[in-house]
Write a protein that binds this ligand. Structure first.
Ligand code: NDP
Ligand code: PMR
Length: 396
């Protein structure tokens, strides 16, 4: 019955699209969708210049004691690549865990699981069958800039090279009536998903740069819902950073808005805005640092992984209907395992070394370079976002 309710709305939404109507709309679990002329895309369905900082010195020293990226020829005469080390934030569930597992299973990667709940992460890795030598859990709470800085110190003490960093963790608060805040007073979704990762990525760039691994990568997970050039990205509330006046005011609700564009609090919009920030940040990193550092910067939409903990705060009816809706109606559904393989590809596949790309996968699970929306590819906005963000996290 409930499923029927969910499925019955959709043909009208899609047929409205087919007919190119600009007025038709459909409602799903209380959400109104205006399908106004959208492209239905179910397949996509402290370093301004790189300073060699003290941290880079530490990495350089540790690199001297760590194994070189290519070990000498074995008796068979074949050179082998050393194990890569990948830091993955939010590896205690969903996409992050599936990616950690996929990488660990190859035997070619050691995963640093950067998680806020140490015990949950260790248990999750064990339950996923990950070999105990294939991962290290290091505490990271992205809702605290102090925790991010502490994480960076801790991870350096492991004396492992850092070859890939994956900014994956996220919170989504679609039902929150009031905003909640990080330890530094930022609205939670943008604070965790964007600002915490911004500081982390900036700090670890020098470590990536000093790694001797052949392909060093910084990956920031994006999403279709932040891209208004897709049907999914046009489900209200739509992402929109406006002129970033709320962000510039500190997103703290004291004398400034908690929303990036300066509007009223909306948890679902805050998440989508944060994903736009993630995709803009990846491109700004690419423009500023790709040539200089050789690091590949990438983002992706892994598919709709409708079963993950991301929807934990959504109403129960949504959690019940969302997976079948995505599986049978939009066909955008992807399992955690498949999504993990996709992100693992962006981490390690030799054919995905192009920098500045937003990856997606088609129905046959083949990767392709996708187009970002106008806002998510706006270079001026990316620059402004970068400059405001570095002030907020204490880098400028
Ligand atoms: P999950 O909720 O399963 O995973 C999110 C992870 O983030 C969890 O490990 C969670 O930790 C962690 N996390 C949350 N807050 C913090 C914090 N303050 N500090 C450190 N870690 C934190 O969701 P998904 O796997 O679905 O999401 C992973 C990524 O995929 C996100 O970036 C999301 O935007 C993206 N994505 C997801 C899609 C989907 O359909 N699910 C589609 C497109 C993109 P804990 O386990 O302790 O709660
Ligand atoms: Mg969406 C091709 C259609 C498509 C795809 C790939 C997604 C992905 N969604 C699509 C369409 C629709 N969604 C339609 C037609 C509707 C009904 C109006 C719809 C509704 C909907 C809701 C209420 N969808 C959602 C929600 C959420 O709360 C999720 C969200 O926006 O989280 C931020 C969501 C999602 N839909 C997706 C994906 C991937 C999500 C999770 C978003 C994310 O992780 O970025």
């Amino acid at each position: 019955m409930a499923l029927q309710a969910a499925t019955s709305f959709l043909p009208s939404a899609l047929s409205a699209r087919k007919e190119g109507s600009v007025k038709d709309s459909a409602s799903f679990l209380g959400v109104r969708l205006a399908a106004d002329g959208l492209k239905l895309d179910t397949t996509a369905l402290g370093l301004r210049t790189v300073r060699v900082s003290r941290s880079a010195d530490i990495r350089a020293q540790t690199a001297a004691v760590s194994s070189p990226s290519v070990t000498p020829a074995s008796p068979s005469g074949k050179k082998t690549l050393r194990k890569g080390t990948a830091v993955i934030t939010g590896a205690s569930s969903g996409l992050g865990l599936a990616t950690a597992k996929a990488l660990a299973e190859t035997g070619k990667w050691h995963v640093i699981m950067a998680c806020r709940d140490f015990l949950k992460a260790s248990r999750a890795a064990k339950a996923a069958g990950m070999d105990k030598d294939s991962f290290t859990v290091v505490h990271l709470d992205l809702a605290s800039l102090d925790s991010v800085r502490q994480f960076v110190r801790n991870v350096r003490q492991l004396e492992m090279p850092i070859d890939v960093v994956v900014c994956n963790a996220a919170v989504y608060q679609p039902t929150a009536k009031e905003p909640s805040y990080t330890a530094d007073g930022f609205e939670m979704s943008v604070g965790v998903n964007h600002l915490g990762h911004f500081l982390l990525a900036r700090e670890l760039l020098s470590d990536l740069q000093s790694s001797d691994y052949p392909s060093k990568r910084l990956i920031i997970v994006g999403s279709i819902t932040g891209n208004t050039n897709t049907l999914a990205g046009n489900v209200p509330p739509k992402a929109n950073l406006g002129d970033l006046r709320g962000l510039a005011g500190g997103l703290n609700g004291v004398g400034s808005s908690v929303m990036i564009d300066g509007g009223e609090f909306d948890g679902a919009k805050a998440y989508k805005d944060s994903k736009v920030c993630n995709m803009l940040t990846m491109q700004e990193f690419h423009r500023r640092y790709h040539e200089e550092t050789g690091v590949t910067f990438a983002s992706l939409y892994p598919g709709c992984i409708a079963t993950t903990g991301l929807f934990r705060e959504h109403i129960p009816l949504f959690r019940l209907l969302f997976p079948p809706f995505q599986k049978y109606i939009t066909k955008g559904y992807v399992s955690e395992e498949e999504a993990g393989k996709r992100l693992a590809q962006v981490v390690s596949d030799p054919s995905l070394t192009k920098s500045g790309v937003y990856w997606s996968w088609n129905k046959n699970s083949a990767s392709f370079e996708n187009q970002l929306s106008e806002e998510a590819s706006d270079a001026d906005k990316a620059k402004k976002l970068w400059e405001i963000s570095e002030k907020l996290v204490g880098l400028a």
